[in-house]
Design a binder for this molecule. Structure first.
Ligand code: PLP
Length: 140
């Protein structure tokens, strides 16, 4: 049987679909030489907040930073337990450990359907998208 290489992710396809827009934006940043914060970041944060129907959005330097800040915003601290999927990049577990929390790939999570409000058990190791569910200690 012939083997077929299937790429894990194809970043060129979405890039090519809006290539001119991306190239112009990058060229604009280089022309302005405003590489830290500035108008572009402020515009991005504002547009993202609008898109997400939230009051604020904060641009950060990396996905790792975003994960770390999300955990800090949830007030994750030593002694807490964080359930996540093992099917993710190392940063997810790295930042959980950075906060001093206990990592759990196997636990079930009681969660609530955002539409109907019904509570259900979701298996932590079966989540299909990148998702962190933080479970605070029972004492809290
Ligand atoms: C699922 C996931 N989370 C986090 C990261 C970390 O992102 P960054 O390399 O921007 O820190 C990656 C990077 O590939 C990722 O795939």
């Amino acid at each position: 049987m012939a083997e077929m290489a299937i790429p894990l992710v194809d970043l060129k396809a979405p890039y090519n679909s809006i290539k001119d827009e991306i190239d112009d934006a990058i060229q604009g940043v280089i022309q302005n030489s405003q590489f830290i914060l500035g108008e572009e970041v402020a515009a991005f944060e504002s547009e993202l907040a609008t898109y997400c129907h939230t009051k604020y959005a904060i641009g950060v330097a990396s996905g790792t930073d975003a994960l770390h800040l999300a955990l800090l915003a949830c007030e994750i601290k030593p002694g807490d337990e964080v359930i996540t999927t093992p099917f993710t990049f190392i940063s997810t577990t790295e930042m959980i450990c950075e906060c001093g929390a206990k990592l759990d790939f196997t636990g079930n999570v009681e969660t609530e359907c955002p539409r109907c409000g019904e509570r259900y058990i979701k298996q932590g190791n079966l989540v299909s998208k990148i998702e962190i569910v933080a479970k605070k200690k029972a004492a809290e």
